[in-house]
Design a protein around this ligand. Structure first.
Ligand code: ATP
Length: 251
């Protein structure tokens, strides 16, 4: 895993490699989150936004610590950054135009998207066109309090992807509480997609019970869950009589 600001998975600064990755040509999408684990809902959002916006590249940015999630040591604290990076690396490996940035996990502490965007821009990683910032609709209620929001919205094009049942309503409520120049790009970037009801929280619980997550967790991600024994996952075993015995969470 690279540790420089230019630390997307295939992130050499070499201009040929950058041209091959589409830097400077089609716009780049940034997708931040905890990704604990990355799941089919994230893939749905990423693929849909990529197709709708014509993104040349999509960069997943796992947070060291999200300002909106439990603090280190608190119940529900995120898994180790190394594990979450490995899960995302596996997800992105088969896709040439998806990569993982270690900017936030290298920086450590609370992760703010404005710091990340400034770092990646300074490293020339985001191409000529302003990058898109992908946001699930559930991020809207707290969006007005994001660190240096005005600066962030001056640098990125936000794209709000419908997730909850009433993303449009939430968007309007948020837009009404923001200055018009901040509300306009949010409204402009609204993408209405059929919601996929999957969350990392629910998946961690299912894996902890030994349930097979099926299509909700990409196979390559499940392979890393198994290899690293994450989330207490022990697959249920079929007995010779055909019953299913729960592996269950670790005792
Ligand atoms: P948790 O359940 O632990 O809160 P999560 O499933 O919401 O996790 P995050 O890593 O927090 O996953 O999400 C990263 C981004 O992906 C956020 O913008 C979030 O809104 C979006 N997202 C998460 N799940 C889905 C989904 N099922 N459909 C569309 N977007 C999603």
């Amino acid at each position: 895993m690279g540790s420089s600001p230019d630390s997307s998975r295939d992130g050499t600064a070499d201009s040929e490699a950058r041209a091959a990755r589409g830097v400077g040509a089609r716009p780049v999408g940034l997708f931040g989150g905890t990704f604990d684990p990355p799941h089919a809902g994230h893939v749905h959002l990423a693929e849909s936004a990529q197709a709708a916006l014509g993104l040349g590249r999509l960069i997943f940015v796992p947070a060291a610590r999200s300002p909106h999630k439990p603090a280190p040591g608190a119940p529900g604290e995120a898994s180790a950054a190394g594990d979450r990076l490995a899960l995302l690396e596996a997800l992105c490996a088969p896709r040439i135009d998806w990569s993982v940035s270690t900017v936030e996990t290298d920086r450590g502490g609370t992760s703010y998207m404005i710091d990340t965007v400034e770092t990646l821009l300074a490293a020339g990683e985001l191409g000529a066109a302003p990058p898109y910032l992908l946001l699930g609709g559930d991020q809207l209620p707290g969006f007005h309090s994001w660190h240096r929001l005005e600066d962030l919205l001056a640098l990125v094009r936000p794209v709000v992807v419908h997730r909850g049942r009433d993303a449009a309503g939430q968007l309007e409520a948020l837009a009404a509480s923001l200055a018009p120049e901040l509300a306009a790009p949010l409204r402009a970037g609204f993408l209405d997609l059929p919601p996929v009801d999957i969350s990392s929280t629910e998946l961690r619980q299912r894996l902890g019970r030994g349930e097979d997550p099926g299509a909700d967790l990409p196979q390559e991600v499940l392979a890393v869950v198994r290899a690293r024994s994450l989330y207490g996952f022990k697959p249920r075993e079929a007995t010779p009589q055909g019953e299913v015995k729960s592996g269950g969470p670790p005792g």
